[in-house]
Write a protein that binds this ligand. Sequence first.
Ligand SMILES: NC(=O)c1ccc[n+]([C@@H]2O[C@H](COP(=O)([O-])OP(=O)(O)OC[C@H]3O[C@@H](n4cnc5c(N)ncnc54)[C@H](OP(=O)(O)O)[C@@H]3O)[C@@H](O)[C@H]2O)c1
Length: 227
Amino acid sequence: MIIISGASRGIGKFLLDSFHQRSEELVIGTFYNTKPIENIQMYIEMDVCNIEQINNFIHERIFELKEITLINCAGITYNSFTHKSDPEKWRKVIETNLFGTYNFIRALLPLMREQKFGRIINFSSVTAIKPTLGISSYAASKSALWGLSKSIAIENAVFNITINNINLGYSELGMIEMVPDEFKKNIIAQIPAGILCEPKDILNTIDYLRSTRYITGSSIDLSGGLI
Ligand SMILES: NC(=O)c1ccc[n+]([C@@H]2O[C@H](COP(=O)([O-])OP(=O)(O)OC[C@H]3O[C@@H](n4cnc5c(N)ncnc54)[C@H](OP(=O)(O)O)[C@@H]3O)[C@@H](O)[C@H]2O)c1
């Protein structure tokens, strides 16, 4: 089965719809502020920062949770130069992107270890390595996923559990909608491939990472050559 955090919009929603259309296995997505209008039966409401909500979900659905792939898509960003930033907003990005990912992984790992199977895929970003103005909290949260994953990978490799990150460049979906057109043109001009990441490339990468137990602790650039 597949669990996708942050599936109410953007990339997470695309993934949920794509897996659902294949109809191969059970897919559950989370929403938080954006209530889904279609496929509502596939969703649960959850704040990834709330450990109790995650535990309740696991407790209520325990009999469905088998051969789990967890895709951590939930994420936020905050644009501000660091010297002008609001500490609460800065902290919230770390809480959502790093702690939210950790919370979900931590809660599911005991089941995965018991079942000797698990695939965990996190959404990191090229901005973790490519200096980008005004997003210090986002960059910090995304690079932190690499260290988190390396450690979790070796703790669990013997249980056929893998954990990897997709260092996404700029996707056609999701957060890019907040970027004004003139900035978008500038972004595309910097991408060696000359285009934003197409949704199918994200899906292909996830299929690939799910297909093997021998890639773990990795962070794969999916950025059209942008670094
Ligand atoms: N799009 C890109 O170009 C790009 C590039 C690099 C990395 N990424 C990463 O890829 C992931 C998906 O990005 P996206 O562009 O699809 O983002 P998006 O369109 O902004 O969607 C973000 C999702 O995260 C959910 N979310 C936010 N806070 C949450 C919380 N506390 N608890 C549970 N869910 C929460 C949102 O749910 P609600 O709306 O229901 O609150 C929404 O479903 C993110 O981690 C992002 O950092 C994206």
